[in-house]
Design a protein around this ligand. Structure first.
Ligand SMILES: NC(=O)c1ccc[n+]([C@@H]2O[C@H](COP(=O)([O-])OP(=O)(O)OC[C@H]3O[C@@H](n4cnc5c(N)ncnc54)[C@H](O)[C@@H]3O)[C@@H](O)[C@H]2O)c1
Ligand SMILES: Nc1ncnc2c1ncn2[C@@H]1O[C@H](COP(=O)(O)OP(=O)(O)OP(=O)(O)O)[C@@H](O)[C@H]1O
Length: 517
């Protein structure tokens, strides 16, 4: 039963896509017929539009097929793991096996993680007390890969996450919002829980990222580096530009490490315990963009004018860092969007350019073109709308207070998982912004009959031209950005909209006046 159930929808999806392919061919043949050539421009335009629709439908059907294949693979792994755990439970034994990436059962050994034999640790998360970082963030690089002063790079500090409910600390791994017992659906524990990060071993390596061309930032950076080295005995990593600046100031800073190439940047996440940013929100965006995978906790110090994501006052850095290095830290897990540009020439959606992760938003606009943008938008397989105007913003909830807000989008607490769909100057009276759930995939397609190109930009950077037929596909990324809170997620968010935007600031009406009788 299970086998046939998982195969049938797949077959449907493939036959859907075959039908689409045939309709595309039919449209293609229609266009080629001599009667259409040069007779009626409108007919040609109509045939082009049909071709776009047929292609979009085919791509949607192909996407559905691959999603279903992936879903059935995960289901298979889940069922294998569940059966195995049930067997162990029945025997009253702790689990000694786990499944590898291909769903095969693997026997775990008691091999120590640390080569120096200092402390023997299991390779797995105990699973009882939140999520242990050594399970996912363990440094798998060999020493020869850590070419940035390799002898100084030590193993990453491990930490644990826990969710606090109604002011109480709890060590649960995860809370389900919905429970289903005895046929009744109830919303159990609310998802609004402050996440707490507790170090299991002391942090050893700090990456400091700074806003360029600022004297105040340069002065603070050299002071901070000295303090972290002398008082906290930490390894310090900075950008090559900053190392040069520090060495120009004094040869004392020889101990400061940096990287030489992109490969070393790619492996930073496995060596750095904590990222400190000195600047404004742009520096936090810059820090996030350096990590294409997991991101270490970020401590953002405010040296800019707005500071929605930078709750720490720079003048009190010693006090804050003292407490953060000791832990536990309240953190906000800021979701990111993963964006793929898919060219018309690509054979399938899998054949896309390198994905780009954004912390604020991806914007698809008309760039320097004077024509209206014409963007067809799909959410999973459903048509959403056609954007005619200046463009569209797909924003995270962290980015809801940035460009999306300026375009009329709602402000959303950064812990709310969702994707904001905000038009930019739409040429229609009724185009209100939307907030979509975090699990959807959004596809923005430039139709073949579009008058101009569209341009995609990512957190305000890296403009990419989208020609007719090209598309941008966007979904929630696996790797969020954990930013440290000054107080807690909600207080920090409310403080930033009050202090940064003067939100709803109005003189209170006086008591002195007419009253209800
Ligand atoms: N009309 C607009 O409001 C507009 C236009 C273009 C870009 N932007 C925003 O600028 C961001 C890039 O920031 P940058 O610092 O690199 O460029 P930038 O130096 O041009 O600064 C843009 C401003 O946006 C603020 N900002 C950035 N992220 C924010 C957030 N999550 N919440 C509230 N304010 C935020 C910054 O503090 C800064 O004041 C883009 O991601 C986009 O959201 C806004
Ligand atoms: N380490 C870095 N390397 C290169 N560029 C950076 C770096 N840090 C920040 N930037 C860029 O510098 C610009 C300004 O940074 P940031 O927003 O932090 O400062 P700011 O503009 O003074 O702050 P605010 O916008 O709050 O006034 C941004 O475009 C950002 O992308």
């Amino acid at each position: 039963m299970t086998g046939s159930a998982s195969v049938l929808p797949l077959e449907n999806a493939f036959s859907d896509s075959l039908a689409m392919l045939n309709s595309e061919k039919a449209v293609e043949e229609l266009i080629q017929q001599p009667i259409l050539h040069g007779i009626d421009d409108h007919l040609i335009e109509f045939a082009e539009a049909l071709r776009t629709v047929a292609k979009a439908l085919r791509q949607a059907a192909e996407g559905k097929a691959s999603a279903q294949a992936e879903a059935s693979e995960w289901k298979r792994k889940y069922e294998l793991e569940r059966t195995h755990n049930l067997q162990l439970e029945n025997k009253g034994m702790p689990s000694e096996k786990h499944l590898d990436e291909n769903g095969r059962v693997v026997h775990l050994t008691n091999k120590p993680l640390l080569s120096d034999g200092a402390v023997e640790k299991s390779d797995r998360c105990c699973g009882e007390h939140g999520i242990c970082s050594h399970q996912v963030l363990r440094d798998r690089e060999h020493d020869h890969d850590a070419s940035v002063v390799p002898n100084k790079m030590t193993r990453k500090a491990s930490f644990k996450l826990s969710w606090c409910c109604k002011g109480e600390k709890s060590d649960q791994k995860k809370h389900d919002i919905v429970s289903f017992e005895k046929g009744n659906i109830t919303t159990a524990e609310r998802s609004s829980k402050q996440i707490s990060l507790k170090w299991e071993s002391p942090p050893q390596t700090v990456l400091i990222l700074t806003k360029p061309n600022s004297t105040a930032v340069r002065i603070l950076c050299s002071e901070l580096v000295r303090w972290l080295k002398e008082q906290k005995s930490l390894n310090i990593v900075v950008e090559p530009r900053v190392r040069t600046e520090l060495l120009t100031e004094s040869s004392y800073y020889q101990f400061v490490q940096t990287w030489e190439n992109d490969k070393e940047i790619m492996s930073l996440h496995s060596k750095v315990d904590l990222v400190v940013t000195l600047g404004g929100d742009g520096t936090v965006l810059w820090a996030a963009s350096m990590f294409k995978g997991p991101v270490p906790p970020v401590v953002p110090f405010s040296l800019g004018s707005l500071g929605f994501m930078t709750p720490f006052y720079s003048e009190r850095y010693k006090e804050y860092l003292d407490s953060i290095l000791r832990g536990p830290i309240s953190i906000t897990l800021r979701h990111r969007l993963q964006c793929h540009v898919i060219r018309d020439s690509a054979k399938s959606d899998l054949d896309s350019e390198e994905p780009i992760l954004v912390l604020n938003e991806v914007t698809i606009d008309r760039g320097i073109s004077s024509f209206l943008t014409n963007l067809e938008c799909y959410c999973d397989n459903s048509f959403v709308t056609c954007v005619q105007g200046d463009g569209l913003i797909l924003s995270t909830t962290s980015g809801s207070t940035a460009y999306s807000l300026a375009a009329g989008g709602s402000m959303v607490h950064p812990q709310v998982p969702g994707i904001l769909f905000t038009p930019i100057c739409p040429h229609s009276l009724s185009f209100r912004p939307l907030i979509l759930p975090e699990y959807v995939t959004i596809r923005v397609q430039v139709p073949f009959n579009s008058r101009g190109h569209a341009w995609a930009s990512f957190d305000g950077k890296d403009r990419k031209k989208l020609a007719p037929g090209d598309a941008l596909v966007c979904s929630m990324a696996t790797w969020p950005v954990p930013t440290a809170c000054q107080a807690d997620s909600t207080s920090d968010f409310l403080r930033s909209i009050h202090e940064g935007l003067h939100w709803n600031l109005r003189k209170t009406q006086s008591f002195d006046g007419p009253r209800e009788t």
